[in-house]
Design a protein around this ligand. Structure first.
Ligand code: PEP
Ligand code: MG
Length: 872
């Protein structure tokens, strides 16, 4: 028979998966001999079983719970419902990873009218007894029966008003008794039954409610945001109550052994006398600083300090603790490794190393790479966030905090920014022509698009905050107005949004500038010692490349050459090239483009100082580049000496029903080999020039052909590249070496990787397209239905953000094996968005990639994640 329930004396901290964090640590504190009210933990497996059994606690689990109630009664010397010495318990959730505030808690369970009277008489403190009872009815009704807190709060407010008082603590025993009766009446009215009096029945209801709360909407969202699998389940802790509300010699509090905001080594915490549970954090009364406990109860304070030191020493990490003082006796209710800001995480890790408490490896392992994001971008003031209510939540596409006046076009964004306004660009979706406006904006908010939409990819590259795919926005771009959360927003109205959480707020939210503290440098240096994976960057401009180098990139893994044409007059030449209808016209347009590309490539080689640079040949979904407004169309017509109608006809002929699977990637070079020719010349000439200026640099161009599906389309383009490159090298009298390789981003390419590797010197996984085509989900449209996939638990995360290891990952593993079978020295990387996602980086380490490549601001995240993967 499986064991579903453990006494605190039976567990330890290594049993987190089974007992949850809280349960495992209660057991560990018990083992350490600390004052812990005793009880038992119902395992996470019991929670999973509850769901498997159709949301029922089966007889076997029920039997073990009952057995453990008896054991608990023996240990505590108290009994459920007893008239001499009644047992009251708390029932609290506790998953493997802490999910603060996401699930439910019930205190004072075991009370009924008789038991209250026993407590009142025995303690000589009827006020306390009735306070416990009214709290219990309130919590039980809310959490177990879902009656809703507000009905009870209204009754409390009414009572206070009638009595002419403002504080709960001023309610007398009689008042509280009256309130308890009113609460029970309210319960009966809402539920149609009497409030349960049998403690065992109450307990089963509470346990079910905690299991059920694992699946509540806020827990589901929290899990998705924090990469916590649904399958983990939550444990339930049943613990003897310690009472902080017994009068002025009792109290309750929370404390951190170090400051969770700054990392400073100083105890930080708060407590309230004559209070219980959530009173401290609920803000009903203002709590006192932990230091003041020294004056209020010096002995308890000293004992608490001793325990804090013991716990930190034991766990070798900053602890977040809950305690209760019951009539001058201290009880520990919880300890865990405390949540902290990124800044605090770095400081604490470095301090612990300096204090000789942990090794460098441990320091590297204890920092959540996703947290680093917040250090590299401006952030909202955390206090302001706590107080604000978001108006919507969409995809957290590129981190940072944006606050500004709404504008609806890229031109407006630029014009407003030029005159010193802070603007946020709100669009249905963005396109390359918006780039300057995107740059001029504090942030970008789009109604459509997913994590790999144009806006998201470009914004991440630029380090600009972006929230994408907010489908609740009803957009009217033409009239410059959108509706969200029942309100109309016009040009100039202020909104704020957070690209790290996806939350959108009405009005202005104060921001604080990001600072890179010295500890980041130290941690990164340690990480670099342990990682095996190289970290490159996806950079399209010299400025991006420079930024990425500052952040530690060891090369460029992907330069999307089409992105070099977003700006200024460059897009004009590019459009001329797209809208040419003869080879001569196209060659004339390409001749204008060549020097520009060559100049950019030179700047990239300069910025990378001899580190590898992979240049990907043109891969523009053409629809992103053709002009849409009349003025631009006219300009193009004039430039090409054509009529507006002719240009419009060309644009119409370029229309595709499915552009993401259309005329892009190597298909462009197959149709128009002159494009590949021009790009090869630009790369080779740039490389030769820079090598001349820096003879000691190792410059070996890596030319990457995108979107191949067959060894033959690859070979066709490669032939153009090799012929052109060899001719350029010969003409320059140089001995420059270069490599030609390909992206693996179409399933068929993955499946025939052995053939392809015979001709390709390197592979780079384009997991944006590989995900799109493996699932058959359009990367630009998936946002529309992914929410339904989350709601129905078909998906727990966005496969465009977190690599699907089962399907897409299998294709990658297969390609590596096949590719290396025909070319053992094949070098392989990844440059899809997954290259900067920690769990995907870990997978890339496991399958033996040489490098990951990600947007500049994610480089430190990838470095840390790669080190953690190596240290696992
Ligand atoms: C990819 O498909 O993963 C990739 C890197 O290329 P792009 O996003 O430019 O299609
Ligand atoms: Mg691609």
């Amino acid at each position: 028979m499986a064991k579903w329930v453990y006494l605190f004396t039976e567990g330890n901290t290594s049993m987190k998966n089974l007992l949850g964090g809280k349960g495992a640590n209660l057991a560990e504190m018990t083992n350490l001999g600390l004052p812990v009210p005793q009880g038992f933990t119902i395992t996470t497996e019991a929670c999973t079983q509850y769901y498997e059994d159709g949301r029922k606690i089966n007889d076997e689990i029920m039997g073990q719970i009952m057995e453990h109630i008896t054991k608990m009664e023996e240990i505590t010397g108290k009994k459920f419902g007893d008239k001499e010495n009644p047992l009251l318990v708390s029932v609290r959730s506790g998953a493997r990873a802490s999910m603060p505030g996401m699930m439910d808690t019930i205190l004072n369970l075991g009370l009924n009218e008789e038991v209250v009277n026993v407590l009142a008489t025995k303690s000589g403190n009827p006020r306390w007894a009735w306070d416990c009872y009214r709290r219990f009815i309130q919590m039980y009704s809310d959490v177990v029966m879902e009656v809703g807190k507000k009905y009870f709060e209204e009754l409390i407010d009414k009572m206070k008003e009638e009595k002419g008082i403002t504080q709960d603590v001023d309610l007398t025993a009689e008042d509280l008794k009256e309130l308890a009766n009113q609460f029970k009446a309210e319960y009966k009215e809402k539920i149609g039954e009497e409030f349960p009096t049998d403690p065992k029945e109450q307990l089963m209801g509470a346990i079910q409610a905690v299991f059920r709360s694992w699946d509540n909407p806020r827990a589901n969202i929290y899990r998705r945001d924090n990469d916590i699998p649904y399958s983990w389940g939550t444990a339930v802790n049943v613990q003897m109550m310690a009472f902080g509300n017994m009068g002025e010699t009792s109290g309750t509090g929370v404390a951190f052994t170090r400051n969770p905001a700054t990392g400073e080594k100083k105890l930080m915490g708060e407590f309230l006398m004559n209070a219980q549970g959530e009173d401290v954090v609920a803000g009903v009364r203002t709590p006192q600083k932990i230091d003041q406990l020294k004056e209020v109860m010096p002995e308890v304070y000293n004992q608490f300090i001793e325990i804090c030191n013991k716990l930190e020493d034991h766990y070798r990490d900053m602890q977040d603790m809950e305690f209760t003082i019951e009539d001058k006796k201290l009880y520990m209710l919880q300890t865990r490794n405390g949540k902290r800001t990124a800044k605090a995480a770095l400081k604490i890790a470095c301090d612990l190393v300096d204090e000789g408490m942990i090794s460098e490896e441990k320091a590297v392992k204890m920092i959540d790479p996703r947290n680093l994001d917040t250090l590299l971008h401006p952030q909202f003031d955390t206090e302001a966030v706590k107080k604000a209510t978001p108006i919507a939540k969409a995809l957290a596409a590129a981190p940072g905090a944006a606050c500004g006046k709404v504008v609806f076009t890229a031109d407006d964004a630029k014009a407003w920014a030029d005159r010193g306004e802070k603007v946020v660009l709100v669009r249905l979706e963005t396109s390359p022509e918006d780039i300057e406006g995107m740059k001029a904006s504090q942030g970008i908010l789009t109604a459509r698009g997913g994590m790999t939409s144009h806006a998201a990819v470009v914004a991440r590259g630029m380090g600009t905050c972006c929230v994408s795919g907010c489908s609740e926005i009803i957009m009217d771009e033409e009239n410059k107005v959108f509706k969200l959360a029942g309100k109309e927003y016009h040009e100039g109205d202020i909104i704020s949004f957070d690209g790290s959480t996806g939350y959108i707020y009405d009005g202005a939210m104060p921001t604080v500038d990001a600072t890179i503290v010295g500890e980041l440098e130290r941690i990164m240096a340690w990480a670099d010692k342990y990682r095996k994976l190289k970290v490159r960057t996806n950079a399209d401009t010299p400025a991006d490349a420079k930024k990425a180098r500052e952040l530690g990139a060891e090369g460029i893994g992907l330069c999307r050459t089409e992105h070099m044409f977003f700006e200024g007059d460059r897009i004009d030449a590019f459009r001329e090239m797209i809208c040419s209808d003869t080879v001569e016209e196209r060659e004339a347009a390409l001749a204008k483009i060549l020097p520009v590309q060559q100049g950019d490539f030179e700047a990239l080689y300069e910025a990378l100082e001899g580190n590898p640079v992979t240049i990907r040949f043109l891969d523009p979904p053409l629809h992103e580049f053709v002009p849409t407004d009349e003025e631009d169309i006219k300009k193009l017509a004039d430039a090409q000496g054509k009529s507006v109608e002719t240009i419009k006809a060309i644009i119409a002929s370029l229309h595709e029903f499915n552009p993401m699977m259309g005329h892009r990637g190597c298909r462009l070079a197959v149709t128009y080999p002159e494009i590949a020719k021009m790009q090869t010349s630009a790369v080779i000439r740039a490389a030769i020039n820079v090598k001349k200026a820096h003879p000691d640099w190792n410059i070996k161009p890596e030319i990457m052909i995108p979107l191949i599906s067959d060894v033959k389309d690859y070979k066709f383009v490669k032939k153009v590249v090799v012929e052109t490159a060899d001719a350029e090298i010969k003409a320059a009298g140089s001995d420059m070496k270069y490599e030609v390789g390909t992206m693996i981003e179409i399933p068929r390419a993955a499946l025939s990787a052995d053939e392809i590797a015979e001709d390709a010197e390197f592979f780079c996984f384009g997991t944006n397209d590989l995900t799109q085509m493996t699932y058959g989900f359009s990367r630009d449209d998936a946002g529309k239905f992914l929410n339904a996939y989350y709601d129905t638990k078909i998906f727990e995360s966005d496969p465009f953000a977190k690599l699907d290891q089962v399907g897409v990952g299998k294709l990658m593993e297969m390609s590596i094996k096949l590719g290396k079978s025909t070319r053992p020295d094949l070098h392989i990387g990844i440059c899809g968005e997954h290259g900067g996602d920690p769990s995907s980086v870990e997978f890339c380490h496991k399958i033996g990639l040489d490098y990951v490549s990600c947007s500049p601001f994610r480089v430190p995240i990838a470095r840390l994640a790669a080190a953690q993967a190596a240290l696992k």
